[in-house]
Design a protein around this ligand. Structure first.
Ligand code: ZN
Ligand code: ZN
Length: 339
C-alpha cells in the first residue's frame, strides 16, 4: 500500500490498467532506469483514495485518468507544456517509482498529472489516453509534421503504431503504409485506416515501399518498433525533405548513414510524450472522431497479470493488441453471509 510522501501526492485505487510495449522492453532489461523489483505500469484509470494536503484539483472518490507522465506544472519545461521533460517529473511511473499494475499507486504532483474522467467516455477507452494515443499523436503525428496529402509509413503495427495510424487520420494523409511481419497486425492496421500493407517477412520492406513510390520514399516515417532495424528501414524509406519520428523505446545503438543522408534535408525527432494532448483527445473520443477501444484485444483480472504478460508477449500467436487488466478490488466482493 503506497503512502502519501509529499503534500502534492495522491493515492489512486486502480480500476483498469494495461501493459505497454515499453513494459516488455523493461522485462528484457533494456531500460536501464528501472531498478530490479520495481512495480511497473504507467497507464490506468482509477479512483482517488487519498490526497495530500497540497492537492487542490481532486477530491477523494473522483474517477481519474492517470497520465503516464508526471509533471509539476511549474518548472520551465512544464510552462511550455513539455511535461515529459518536467524537472521534477517526466516518466516516473513504473520507471523510477512504483507504477500502475497494482491495486494502488502513488501519483506525485497529482494536480497536474491526473485528469477527471469524463462521464461520456468508456473506462477502457480512457485507459488508451494515458499513453498510447497521446504518444501516437504527439511523438508520431505532430513531431512528424503530417500534413494533408502526405504519404506516411508506420514501421511496426504494434499497439502504439496502430494508435499512430488512428490519429494520423486527423490530418488526412494520402497514403498510410504500414510495415510489419505479422499478417494479423497488418490486417488490424488496415481496419484502422492503413492503405498499403507491407509484409516484411522477407526483409524487403524497403524495396517494396520504394517500388511503390517511384523510388521517392514517403514524406513522414513513424518508427514504432524500438529496434535498430526500425531505424534502418526508416532511414531508407524517408523521402528527401521528409521527417522521421521515433516512437520506439530504443535499448541499442543504431547506425546513422550520414554518408548518404547528409544531402537529403531530412529531420529526425525522438522524445517522450508530454500528454498535453489528453484534453483534446478526450473531446475527440467523446464525439466519436476516434475510437480507441479498437486497440483492445484481451481482458484479464489484475491477479492474472502473469498470464496477461504471456498473452501480450506472444502476440504473433495470440493476436494480442492492448490487454486490459481490471483490479480484482473493482469487482463486487461476495457477501460471506449470503452463502
Ligand atoms: Zn507506454
Ligand atoms: Zn515541471
Amino acid at each position: 500500500m503506497p503512502v502519501i510522501q509529499k503534500p502534492t501526492d495522491a493515492i489512486v485505487r486502480i480500476h483498469k490498467t494495461t501493459i505497454c510495449g515499453t513494459d516488455l522492453h523493461i522485462m528484457r532489461g533494456t531500460v536501464e532506469t528501472v531498478a530490479v523489483g520495481r512495480g511497473i505500469g504507467h497507464e490506468g484509470v482509477g479512483f482517488v483514495e487519498q490526497i495530500g494536503s497540497g492537492v487542490t484539483n481532486f477530491n477523494v472518490g473522483d474517477k481519474v485518468l492517470i497520465s503516464c507522465i508526471t509533471s509539476c506544472g511549474k518548472c520551465a519545461p512544464c510552462k511550455r507544456g513539455h511535461y515529459g521533460q518536467c524537472r521534477d517529473g517526466g516518466w516516473m511511473l513504473g520507471n523510477t517509482i512504483d507504477g500502475c499494475q497494482a491495486e494502488y499507486v502513488r501519483i506525485p504532483h497529482a494536480d497536474n498529472s491526473l485528469y477527471i474522467a469524463p462521464t461520456n467516455i468508456d473506462d477502457e477507452a480512457l485507459v488508451m489516453l494515458s499513453d498510447i494515443l497521446p504518444t501516437g499523436l504527439e511523438v508520431g503525428v505532430l513531431e512528424g509534421r503530417i500534413q494533408p496529402g502526405h504519404t506516411v509509413a508506420v514501421v511496426g503495427a504494434g499497439p502504439v503504431g496502430l494508435a499512430a495510424i488512428l490519429v494520423a487520420q486527423f490530418y488526412s494523409p494520402a497514403e498510410i503504409y504500414v510495415i510489419d511481419r505479422d499478417e494479423n497486425r497488418l490486417n488490424e492496421a488496415k481496419k484502422m485506416g492503413a492503405t498499403k500493407l507491407i509484409n516484411n517477412k522477407d526483409n524487403n520492406a524497403v524495396q517494396q515501399v520504394l517500388a511503390d513510390t517511384d523510388d521517392i520514399g514517403v514524406d513522414v516515417v513513424i518508427e514504432a518498433i524500438g529496434l535498430p532495424i526500425g531505424w534502418d528501414i526508416s532511414e531508407s524509406i524517408v523521402a528527401a525533405g521528409g521527417n522521421i519520428a521515433i516512437l520506439g523505446v530504443h535499448g541499442h545503438p543504431v547506425t546513422l548513414h550520414l554518408e548518404r543522408m547528409w544531402k537529403r534535408n531530412f529531420t529526425m525527432t525522438a522524445g517522450l510524450v508530454h500528454t498535453n494532448s489528453i484534453p483534446m483527445l478526450m473531446k475527440a473520443v467523446a464525439t466519436g472522431k476516434v475510437d480507441p477501444r479498437r486497440l483492445i484485444s484481451h481482458h484479464f483480472k489484475l491477479s492474472e497479470a502473469k498470464h496477461a504478460y504471456d498473452v501480450f508477449t506472444n502476440a504473433a500467436e495470440t493476436n494480442a493488441l492492448k490487454v486490459i487488466l481490471t483490479n480484482d478490488l473493482s469487482k463486487p466482493t461476495p457477501n460471506p453471509t449470503s452463502a
